[in-house]
Design a protein around this ligand. Structure first.
Ligand code: F3S
Length: 290
């Protein structure tokens, strides 16, 4: 059996920054609190918890007066910063710069809507922490849709500003925009419609897709390693699965089934932007032992 780990898989720079920041803090000060799970990967979370990281929930924030609380790469709505300020919580902000730029873009767009008509629509996963942070820039007024079907339900009588969560699938985002445009053209009875589509998908996800397709194609079996909560994990797994039907999603080595392989297989191991390299190496080690 030949085994290869995808060189392009693993942490994106936003996650690398957040984890480096947490580890640096933990060297000097323990415990360190993080608002929500620092990364959507249980194995990495356990590793950091062993070093003193404690995950807290949003409804507990005000109890941490005087303590350091970390904001993860997904970012937070302004309401969280306000609450932290009021309760003298010391924030360590690890919001990814790409998410931060998107928040600012949405905030600016929302400000323009105070003097001109229009609505903000966000293509993303409802309830996802990044999406909550984006909706927070609009005072809670943005409409979140998770699919092209839901785009059909949007009232298109006002101009629309369309944004995407950073980790969504690019092709599906294009489809959402296409559905909205078509509905607006039919409703407004005109070819040119007031729909502005912002390119806000992160390159760290989108740029991996073509290489991942090639990787999935040239292996007999693909083990896709990711936490089940990871948005980009789902997107990138679907990419592999569409290219190679013998693709398996695993979050832990205990989920691997020997029956998936034959001794002659070339096995590829890859993962999400929240999958640590060491976890993919652990999977490779397990396969070597098999
Ligand atoms: Fe940031 Fe893109 Fe990663 S938005 S957290 S670099 S997937």
């Amino acid at each position: 059996m030949q085994i290869e780990i995808d060189a392009n898989s693993g942490f994106c720079f936003g996650v690398i920054n957040a984890i480096a920041l947490a580890e640096e803090e933990l060297q000097h000060h323990q415990p360190l609190y993080c608002l929500g799970e620092i990364v959507h990967n249980n194995a990495e979370l356990k590793r950091l918890e062993a070093k003193g990281l404690i995950t807290i929930h949003h409804d507990e924030l005000e109890k941490f007066t005087g303590q350091k609380v970390m904001i993860r790469a997904h970012g937070e709505p302004p309401e969280t910063f306000r609450k932290a300020y009021e309760h003298h919580v010391r924030i360590i902000d690890a919001t990814c710069p790409v998410v931060l730029r998107l928040q600012q873009k949405i905030k600016k767009c929302y400000a323009t809507l105070s003097c001109q008509p229009g609505i903000i629509v966000i293509y993303g996963k409802k309830g996802h922490p990044e999406v909550n942070g984006l909706v927070g820039q609009t005072g809670g007024t943005a409409i979140v849709i998770g699919s092209a079907e839901e785009a059909n339900d949007i009232d298109v009588s006002l101009p629309i500003h369309l944004f995407s969560q950073t980790t969504m699938d690019k092709e599906k985002y294009i489809e959402v925009a296409r559905v909205l445009r078509k509905k607006m053209q039919q409703t407004l009875q005109q070819e040119k419609v007031p729909l502005t589509v912002y390119q806000t998908i992160c390159g760290a996800v989108a740029n991996r897709v073509p290489e991942l397709r090639t990787f999935a194609h040239r292996h007999d079996v693909i083990l896709f390693v990711s936490g089940k909560e990871s948005s980009n994990g789902k997107v990138l797994y679907e990419v592999c699965k569409s290219e190679n039907p013998r693709t398996y999603f695993i979050s832990d080595i205990s989920e691997i089934q020997p029956a998936w392989f034959t001794p002659a297989d070339h096995v590829g191991i890859c993962g999400a932007t929240s999958t640590p390299r060491w976890q993919m190496e652990q999977v490779a080690e397990w396969l070597h032992n098999l």
